[in-house]
Design a protein around this ligand. Sequence first.
Ligand code: 5GP
Length: 176
Amino acid sequence: MQDLHGKVLISRQRIAERVAQLGQQITKDYAGRELLVVGILKGASIFMCDLIRAIDLPLQIDFMAVSSYGASTVSSGAVRILKDLDQSCKGKDVLIVEDIVDTGLTLQYLTEALMARGVRSLEVCCLLDKPSRRKSTVAPLYIGFTIPDAFIVGYGLDYAEKYRNLPDICQLPTEG
Ligand code: 5GP
């Protein structure tokens, strides 16, 4: 195992149960419609793969990559598109899948950018929500877990590109 001595905050069993519930809710809410599910790389990749298999609807997937924290645990506030959608989202029902909403600045930028492209509808499904650090008004419709202000790794989330493959969501131990 990797040299992480953090504590498990959310176990793989709880993640699986919650992902199944989110999939059912999204299936119900979008009944009769076709979804374009947009995963935000790289953090949402594992959540995205599990979530789309829990959604029983015709859907397409695409990915975007934006700049994030890099090797630090402190938000720079700067958001930049590193990889854009492969297809047009105009007139589509778009569901953004994000790993974690912290200040909300990334999500605010993304929602404004996609709205400006003329989507039919736009909602956000995030795995984790850290509302205590919010600096924007954007609010995801679907939230996996609301968590306190701690730095999280595992199930797709990294620290300096490590720990994404941990099956549980873990709290990174503070340094020093
Ligand atoms: P925001 O713009 O909401 O402040 O930050 C969103 C992005 O910051 C997330 O998509 C994620 O990449 C990164 N981030 C925020 N909090 C955490 C955290 O606790 N752990 C990890 N690994 N990334 C985080």
